[in-house]
Design a protein around this ligand. Structure first.
Ligand code: G3H
Ligand code: 13P
Ligand code: ZN
Length: 322
């Protein structure tokens, strides 16, 4: 099948109490790892490209890589999504060049400006059969060139969501309930430590999610910044020359719970980066004589595939949903 939009996927996910993984793509190996895992587990999947990814790989390569994955796994429903589109122009470029879904992220602008730009994108995208995600509230952390310091993030205000969705006509809404971008989602002082000394972050604000659900029944909600920063991979990185002290993510059981509620799309990037890096670092340390990139990148790719498979089965619950 050709690339699809997320409309049908989200409807089934909402009704079925699971979520679709939206994994960031930056190169061939990452596309292969994600789509091979999705195919093996018979799971729909969203492949998303940020501005940084489009700059790094060139958007044409990314579109063609996804087309190649689709040719190899025609049975897997796949969406190609623009992650954090900065304005109408970027979204239009993606709508015009093969993406089936775009995000307009005007969340750092005023409510009225966010409505205006999101509506403009939705009108254009819908004319071309493409769906639109927008965001209300801001997450802490780093995305592309925007860094939101801890303390400057703001939770979504549930009382704004109906007006926002009605006036913009967007198809899904990213909300801020305590997730955060990157591998250092919380400062150690915001966390407690468990018996192993591992940081435990503050819980997600399920009260906000539930209030949003009441106001937007049946409407698909998106969670950004949802990497869990798996400690086993962080350990491999640190034991093989890396330095990632106090890296901390969102506990998987909280994401699992969100998937059973209105959350239909869960964004994961940092976990894949950590897995890839762990595989490469370990390979390099164990085989200092190797210099063929296929050898060490293959180990990184295998980790990414294992992480995506784990997310699909244990966190998202999207396995067998093709
Ligand atoms: O939300 C941010 C994503 O992890 C993309 O990160 O802008 O470094 O590609 P990036
Ligand atoms: P993580 O940094 O938690 O993987 O979040 C990724 C993301 O939200 C992409 O939009
Ligand atoms: Zn994001």
């Amino acid at each position: 099948m050709p690339l699809v939009t997320s409309t049908e996927m989200f409807k089934k996910a909402y009704e079925g109490g699971y979520a679709i993984g939206a994994f960031n793509i930056n190169n061939m190996e990452i596309v292969q790892a994600i789509t091979d895992a999705a195919a093996e587990l018979k799971s729909p999947v969203i492949l998303q490209a940020s501005a940084g990814a489009r700059k790094y790989a060139n958007s044409v390569y990314l579109v063609k890589l996804v087309e190649a994955a689709l040719e190899l796994h025609p049975e897997v429903p796949m969406v190609l999504h623009l992650d954090h589109g900065a304005d109408f122009a970027v979204c239009k470029d993606c709508v015009d060049n093969g993406f089936t879904s775009v995000m307009i992220d005007y969340s750092s602008h005023s409510f009225e400006e966010n409505i205006e730009e999101s509506r403009r994108v939705a009108d254009y995208a819908h004319e071309h059969g493409v769906v639109v995600e927008a965001e209300l509230g801001t997450l802490a952390g780093i995305e592309d060139d925007v860094k939101v310091e801890h303390g400057n993030e703001s939770y979504t205000r549930p009382e704004e969501v109906e007006e926002f969705v009605t006036r913009t006509g967007v198809d899904s809404l990213a909300i801020a309930i305590g997730t955060s971008h990157g591998a250092y989602k919380f400062k150690p002082e915001q966390c407690t430590r468990n018996e192993k000394g591992i940081l435990v972050p503050p819980p997600l604000r399920f009260d906000i999610l539930e209030e949003v659900m009441k106001r937007l029944p049946g409407f698909p909600i998106v969670l950004h910044g949802s990497s869990s920063v798996p400690q086993e991979y962080v350990k491999i990185v640190n034991e093989n020359g890396g330095k990632m002290p106090d890296a901390v993510g969102i506990p998987e059981e909280q994401l699992r719970k969100a998937s059973t509620l209105a959350v239909c799309k869960i964004n994961i990037d940092s976990d894949l980066r950590i897995g890839l890096t762990a595989g490469i670092r370990q390979h390099m340390a164990e085989h200092p004589d190797h210099f063929d990139p296929r050898q060490y990148i293959a180990d990184g790719r295998a980790n990414v595939k294992a992480i995506v498979a784990h997310k699909i089965k244990e966190v998202l619950g999207s396995d067998g949903k093709i």
